[in-house]
Design a protein around this ligand. Structure first.
Ligand code: PLP
Length: 378
């Protein structure tokens, strides 16, 4: 089955007995296996058929045998960090989602040596030192830096380190990190996978059966499972992933092209533009350059977010509705300002997530809002 077919078919054979064409929501938390110890369902925290249907689909999309879902992307990331022990080194992308920064700080407090690095740089592989785990976000959030994932996998494996790729921004419709050598692919399924801005979830996808046993044990022990209702919602959203992402990528490109010559816009970043520092890498490893763009706006970011009519001033990304945010005020507010500025997250940086609205409406709305602020330099 090709990718778009897997979206609709994987993990959803007609239900035995009723022949439902939609996987049912199994709400039971307990199963009767009295006298039948071989039955695979025991207690809902450990096993649930609705969750497993979603996991089967996610594994098929990332082209790996296993996927494990969690109550949020953060819970999935925490499960990955649980694989590290105090004294081990985690080398990570320096520009990551604000919540991931917070998790890395927590890991550092429990004795993991955390070394942030710009892993999009061509010589990054030489700087992995004694890493036990390499954590790449690509594209990064919010600067949209792109790391060469095949090169990162080679460099990590040369040291015996695991390569973890947060694939939330691109999603499996645009890039499949495990096919490029990643050991663990991480998703906040709250974003493009569910796609409708109405459910929180997370997932990990991977090849290794030992890792599978450890991650399942971790999840059953800590109990951060997604509900069957949320799993159903995510699985339902997945069916239109390819269609939604295609439209979003078309719009993101049009928006980036429209903003290119605006005098109040600088440092415009979109992996599909030839001016993007890793444009060639993005072309090689991503099917399309994605639905996000970011730029520095010379005017007042808050006023810009008030002026747009079609872009909701909100965090999150990848949903059907277009969103706009200022990372310094919103997603990356918890990151100390000096760190933010060192990373290049300017106070006036704006991140846009294209939705599935009419592309011309989106371009017209954003351009009008940008222009209404004039081109005043700060
Ligand atoms: N990873 C990335 C790249 C994200 O953007 C986010 C959330 O915005 C997360 C992880 C965390 O996911 P969640 O909000 O589902 O916990």
């Amino acid at each position: 089955m090709r990718f778009d077919t897997r979206l609709v078919h994987a993990g959803q054979p007609p239900t035995p007995g009723s022949a439902d064409l939609v996987p049912p929501i199994h709400v039971a938390t307990v199963y009767d296996r009295f006298g039948q110890p071989d039955r695979r369902y025991f207690y809902g925290r450990g096993e649930n058929p609705t969750r497993e249907a979603l996991e089967e689909c996610l594994a098929a999309l990332e082209e790996v045998p296993y996927a494990t879902t969690f109550a949020s992307g953060q819970a999935a990331a925490a499960a990955v960090l649980s694989l590290l022990t105090p004294g081990q080194t985690l080398v990570c992308s320096d520009d990551v989602y604000g919540g991931t920064h917070a998790l890395f700080d927590a890991a550092a407090r429990s004795g993991v040596r955390v070394t942030p690095w710009d892993l999009s740089l061509p010589d990054a592989g030489e700087r992995l030192g004694d890493a036990a785990m390499v954590w790449v976000e690509s594209p990064t959030n919010p600067l949209l830096k792109v790391t060469d994932l095949a090169a990162a996998a080679r460099a990590a494996h040369d040291r015996g380190a695991l390569l973890v790729v947060d694939n939330t921004l691109a999603g499996p419709a645009l890039q499949q990190p495990a096919t490029l050598g990643a050991d663990i692919v991480l998703h906040s399924t709250s974003k493009s996978l569910a796609g409708h801005l109405d459910v929180i979830g997370g997932a990990l996808a991977y090849h290794d059966p030992d890792l599978h046993a450890r991650l399942r044990d971790y999840r059953t022990t800590f109990g951060n499972v997604p509900s069957p209702f949320d799993c159903h919602q995510i699985h339902r959203g997945l069916k239109t992933l390819a269609l939604r992402v295609a439209r979003q990528c078309d719009s993101a490109r049009l928006l980036a092209e429209a903003l290119q010559d605006e005098p109040s816009v600088s440092a415009l970043r979109y992996p599909g533009l030839a001016s993007h520092p890793q444009h060639r890498v993005a072309e090689r490893q991503m099917r399309r350059p994605g639905s996000l763009l970011s730029f520095v706006y010379a005017g007042d970011p808050e006023a810009l977010m008030r002026r747009v009519r079609l872009f909701a001033p909100a965090v999150s990304l990848g949903g059907v509705r277009s969103l706009i945010e200022c990372p310094a005020l919103m997603t990356h507010r918890p990151v100390p300002r000096p760190t933010r500025l060192r990373l290049g997250i300017d106070d006036h940086l704006i991140r846009v997530s294209a939705g599935i609205e009419d592309p011309d409406d989106l371009v017209g709305d954003l351009l009008a809002a940008v222009r209404a602020g004039g081109s005043a330099a700060r």
